[in-house]
Design a protein around this ligand. Structure first.
Ligand code: S3P
Length: 176
């Protein structure tokens, strides 16, 4: 576990909020290593997120995701971590976040996210087949997940179209 006062910074929030891009900038600004949970899951499994979903199903992906979050949050060097959109669904992850991280919820309206996610994305099988109603799918997911994001968040940064660099500066301000 990291020592108090040097907690990991973890970005949570829906797909399309820019957790990975913003997180990389935050890590550069803070001079810390950066990890993206989806990337680490894919490395550990030696398969893409999509392949894991398709071959083993979502519950298997969630188990891998929880294990990776535990590994990353257990790291002794304070880092910046972008969690997959559903990482907070796991209770163990929520407990570890409370123990070891400064959690920033990147919050965005379903409308803004729908514009960004119109073409889904290779690691987002939850959006497959929803090109026409992606906003409705995101609104539904958001209704279920926003209370969870809120419950784990130490800080909230509202996403707008200012660009990742400015968003990263906003994150650094709230965690400093
Ligand atoms: C998911 C979000 C994705 C990825 C997977 C499931 C989710 O990550 O983990 O497709 O349940 O919201 P991003 O939030 O990085 O897109």
């Amino acid at each position: 576990m990291v020592a108090d006062g040097a907690r990991h910074v973890v970005l949570v929030g829906m797909m399309g909020t820019g957790k990975t891009t913003v997180g990389r900038h935050v890590a550069a600004l803070l001079g810390r290593p950066f990890f993206d949970s989806d990337e680490v899951v894919a490395q550990r499994a030696d398969r893409s997120v999509r392949e894991i979903f398709e071959q083993d199903g979502e519950p298997a992906f969630r188990r891998l995701e929880s294990a990776v979050m535990a590994e990353l949050l257990g790291g002794s060097q304070p880092s910046v971590i972008a969690g997959g959109g559903g990482a907070v669904l796991d209770e163990g992850t929520r407990v570890r976040l409370a123990r070891s991280a400064d959690v920033v919820w990147l919050r965005a309206s379903p409308r803004l996210l729908a514009g960004r996610l119109a073409r889904g994305g290779d690691h987002r099988p939850l959006l497959d087949g929803h090109d026409e109603d992606v906003a409705a799918v995101l609104a539904d997911l958001g209704n279920r997940r926003d209370p969870i994001y809120e419950s784990v968040a130490d800080h909230i940064v509202d996403i707008d179209d200012r660009g990742p660099q400015r968003m990263a500066q906003a994150v650094v301000e709230v965690v400093s």
